[in-house]
Unconditional design. Structure first.
Lengths: 160, 764
């Protein structure tokens, strides 16, 4: 009979430290959603297949469902809740998603936006094919792909 | 919107950003599994690993020993009895199969246990330690096994789904050419990105609140009330945001009562979120179909007769027909038609509607058939369809006139935008370097389902107007559409309108499916907002203290959040009128009966039924129309088809929000690409289990699969369908697109694939 070993750890999420006591197998996704109530990070498959749980760790995209909370310790985690400005103003990518109607049900949207930010900031939107390829880890069942493409492209254009 | 002459149209028909956009991009929209309740316990569902048989034993010892486990519910548990319910369309439930009531298993993935614990991690761990032994029985897991296997389960002819007109025997004799072909579509799973989930919280023994993503709150409300013997009003459903549904969230499924029972037993709230694998079981699917056609054409390449013998899959206990005959029986002029459909029971579980149920699957066969016939007749595929076009004054199915039909304009607009004139008909004749280019097209149609609806409009002292409707936004833009309708009706800024949806205590509305919400609920909101305007106008013109005292109603216009005499400044704001009425709010409630409906639909709605009028109504046959043109690019060495370009033109009545409608249409067309090239639920013949119950192996399109997608919406309001002139945009995009892809692939390669998905093994 196995029991669940809990361990203490500290997670830095959106610039805020959270001291937690967690079962070792807890994923970063479940900790964000169920314990920190940061529900902007979504669970779409729990297997690293859909991208809805995408967060930024030290500026790079990570699938929080495949990331043990333990291994996220010592890293700067940024979720969709931490993307906008301090007074609630939208990040330009968030505004671009609204303007281009780059979502419908909105469930994949936080993950899409964080991937889109990493896509543009990481220079992965140099051409259309590269942009589409980078964004292909984030499934959108409503199939807003043409609109997502336009939204990300508009921001890549801004940057250049 | 021709609501009234002189009506401002700042929003209706325009490209308006989603009003729920800021919440969605911030991650602040609260989906069902995201409500935090005190003392919340976490549940994990355990599903059957056989398709047919019974549970022999359950050993809970190891599972119960996991620290934090609170309870385990199985069919052996006491105090969890449920009363029987009827499955859609006979009742609002997805299935009549009740969970945890007996050891009997009749479909793969049937819920067999619920583990509840203090934490999600503990519940997940304990669920894996539950030891269940089964007595497995022989099974029929697929349409093919059901059709060809021993008669373990019966085949059910469905005469009501049939259709017969004219004299098919004579029509075939009169034909100069006859042709036979069979077209197959596989099982599809809806796979909304948000998993099905439920959080249940009881208040005593008689009242329960459930947070659930649903396209039909009344389904959950009335099904749970019936199962538990509660008053429907004591089941409170909350569902403000739904992370996609596509039909799977239209009706209730067996996991719903399990969490509700656990919450009652434990006396604390319980949350259950299904796993992605469980999204492939017990939340419905699009049934596999096979459609065998025989058709006759005369010398002019016009139909003399058509027969369609369709067999479609269903579950064991419930019969849900995937109505593949819906489109073939009405789309083209043809005097002689015979349609038969037989349902094949399988142990795959209850099937249900999935985006354009019957139209997407049936439209595939018909529109590939049309391509084959065009080639036989030596005609351009578009010209062949024009030649068999059914006129606006006679629906081939019913003989009634159409409410409005601009299909020929769809053909023209889409063909022009696509550049169809540049197509050379010979197979493989269009190339870009080594890459084969194929151009194909298809016709789309989708019926109108219009429901009774109710809504409330309330002017508040702050100056904003609240719109309340117990309806749903499943990504379809309902919040934005209703806000735009109310804003235009009242001459207000859309930001002054607050739309409330997703709560069963709001004015009752029906099922958000069948592309009906915009026209049905939109009509009720229009009535409520116009009613509010009328009552405020009445109050002002009868009040000697109002600048509008004595002014005739028809001379008053709405703008800037108030009422004004013509274009002058003589007038006042709504809040000024409200203030003099001595009220801090004024509200108007309205009920609407759909066109060609009666009080009957409204009564049905209030009794928890969907209360809709059929597409073929008393006076008119009501359908939307479209034409889809597709370009595929295929590497001749690897035969990997890529859809590089799609243009669709759609006649969907009045467009309410051009931006969200376009997204609906392009999303539908991308679904058609997925249907054509990617989507198939694969079942293991030997175990009856699904082989690809995850998003890595159940392929749906990703960003890189999709090139340019253009949706053109014609703008012909259909006031024979709704007061708004709207018909609906949600489903028609998928209809026809899969066939257009298949036809484009044929044009490029000469490979005629009569089944989906068209994977490269079928092209090599």
């Amino acid at each position: 009979m196995t029991s669940l070993n809990s361990v203490p750890l500290t997670l830095m999420v959106n610039g805020q430290a959270h001291d937690l006591e967690l079962p070792v197998q807890a994923t970063l996704l479940d900790v964000l959603r169920e314990r920190l109530h940061l529900t902007g990070t979504k669970k779409g498959c729990d297997h690293g297949q859909c991208g809805a749980c995408t967060v930024l760790m030290d500026g790079e995209t990570h699938l929080s469902c495949l990331t043990l909370a333990l291994s996220a310790q010592g890293h700067e985690i940024r979720t969709i809740e931490g993307l906008g400005g301090p007074d609630g103003e939208l990040h330009p990518m968030q505004a671009a998603f609204i303007e281009h109607d780059a979502f419908q049900c909105g469930y994949c949207t936080p993950g899409q936006i964080l991937s889109a930010v990493a896509c543009v900031e990481g220079g992965h939107a140099q051409n259309d094919a590269e942009l589409r390829d980078f964004m292909s880890g984030n499934l959108c069942r409503c199939a807003a792909y043409p609109q997502i493409f336009e939204a990300v492209k508009s921001m890549a254009g801004e940057r250049q | 919107m021709t609501v009234q002459k002189g009506q401002p149209q700042n929003y209706v028909g325009q490209r308006v950003n989603r009003v729920d956009g800021p919440d969605k991009v911030r991650g602040a929209a609260t989906y069902a599994a995201e409500f935090d309740l005190p003392e919340l316990a976490h549940a994990v569902l355990v599903s059957a690993t056989i398709p047919h048989g019974s549970i022999k034993s359950i050993d809970e010892t190891a599972a119960r020993a996991v620290p934090g486990v609170l309870d385990i519910l199985t069919h052996e548990s006491e105090g969890i009895e449920l009363k029987p319910v009827k499955a859609y369309p006979r009742g609002p439930a997805g299935t009549s199969v009740l969970p945890l009531q007996s050891p009997k298993i009749e479909f793969r993935g049937q819920p067999v246990a619920l583990v509840v614990a203090e934490s999600l991690e503990a519940a997940q761990h304990a669920a894996q330690l539950l030891e269940i032994e089964y007595d497995a029985s022989d099974f029929r897991a697929t349409l093919e096994q059901g059709m060809n296997g021993l008669p373990l389960l019966d085949k059910v002819p469905m005469p009501p789904l049939g259709h017969s007109r004219g004299d098919v025997g004579k029509g075939m004799k009169d034909a100069s050419t006859t042709f036979e072909a069979t077209y197959d579509t596989p099982v599809h799973h809806h796979n909304p990105l948000e998993m099905h989930a439920v959080t249940a919280a009881w208040d005593g023994d008689e009242r329960v609140t459930i947070y659930e993503p649903t396209q039909w709150m009344q389904s959950s409300q009335y099904t749970l009330a019936a199962m538990l013997g509660l008053e429907p009003d004591n089941v409170h459903v909350i569902s403000p945001f739904v992370g996609g549904g596509f039909g799977s969230k239209a009706t209730t499924w067996p996991h719903l009562p399990t969490a509700v029972l656990a919450a009652r037993k434990l006396g604390r709230p319980v949350k259950l979120v299904l796993s992605r694998a469980q999204m492939f079981a017990a939340v419905g699917y699009r049934a596999a179909t096979t459609s065998a056609y025989t058709v006759g054409l005369d010398d002019n390449a016009q139909f003399t007769a058509m027969t369609l013998d369709a067999q479609t899959q269903t579950g064991v206990s419930d019969l849900f027909p995937e109505q593949v005959g819906n489109v073939p029986k009405m789309l083209y002029a043809n005097p002689n038609m015979e349609l038969k459909q037989t349902l094949i029971r399988t142990h795959a579980g209850p099937n249900i509607m999935m985006r354009a149920p019957g139209e997407a699957s049936g439209g595939f066969g018909l529109e590939v058939l049309m391509d084959e016939l065009a080639e036989k007749a030596g005609l351009d595929p578009l010209e062949f369809r024009r030649r068999n076009h059914a006129p606006e004054n006679e629906d081939p199915e019913s003989g009634k006139p159409y409410s409005s039909k601009h299909l020929l304009e769809c053909y023209d607009r889409a063909a022009d935008a696509f550049g169809w004139d540049g197509r050379t008909p010979e197979i493989g004749s269009m190339r870009d370097g080594n890459t084969l280019i194929g151009w194909g097209m298809a016709t789309a149609t989708y019926p109108v389902y219009a429901s009774a609806a109710t809504a409330r409009a309330r002017l508040c002292a702050s100056g904003h107007v609240e719109i309340e409707a117990g309806s749903h936004d499943i990504g379809t833009g309902t919040y934005s559409i209703l806000a735009g309708i109310a804003a235009d009706s009242l001459g207000m800024d859309i930001e002054q309108i607050k739309v409330k949806l997703g709560d069963s205590r709001l004015p009752k509305n029906g099922y958000s499916g069948g592309s009906r919400t915009a026209s049905s609920v939109g009509s009720a909101v229009l009535a409520a907002a116009m009613g509010l305007r009328e009552e405020l106008l009445e109050a002002a013109t009868h009040d000697s203290n109002s600048p509008l005292h004595g002014v005739a109603g028809q001379d008053i216009k709405v703008r800037d959040g108030g009422l004004y005499f013509g274009d002058t400044d003589q007038g006042e704001t709504y809040t000024a009128i409200l203030g003099r009425m001595g009220k801090d709010q004024h509200e108007v409630y309205r009920e609407t009966i759909p066109h060609e409906g009666s009080q009957k639909q409204l009564d049905q709605l209030k009794a928890g039924k969907d209360g809709s009028v059929a597409a073929v109504a008393e006076r008119y046959a009501r359908h939307s129309w479209g034409a889809v043109f597709v370009e595929v690019r295929i590497d001749p060495d690897f035969m990997t088809p890529r859809v590089s370009r799609i243009v669709g033109a759609f006649d969907i009545g009045q467009v309410i929000n051009a931006k969200t409608a376009e997204s609906q249409l392009t999303g539908g067309m991308v679904w058609g690409v997925g249907m054509a090239l990617h989507e198939e639920t694969q079942t293991d013949d030997r175990t009856g289990l699904i082989l690809n119950s995850n998003l890595a192996e159940y392929h749906i399109p990703v960003n890189a699969d999709i090139g340019s997608v253009q949706a053109i919406a014609l703008d012909h309001p259909d006031f024979r369908v709704s007061a708004l002139g709207a018909r609906g945009a949600g489903e028609i995009g998928i209809v026809g697109t899969a066939a257009a892809v298949a036809n484009a692939i044929y044009h490029a390669t000469g490979k005629r694939v009569r089944e989906t998905p068209i994977t490269l093994d079928k092209l090599l």
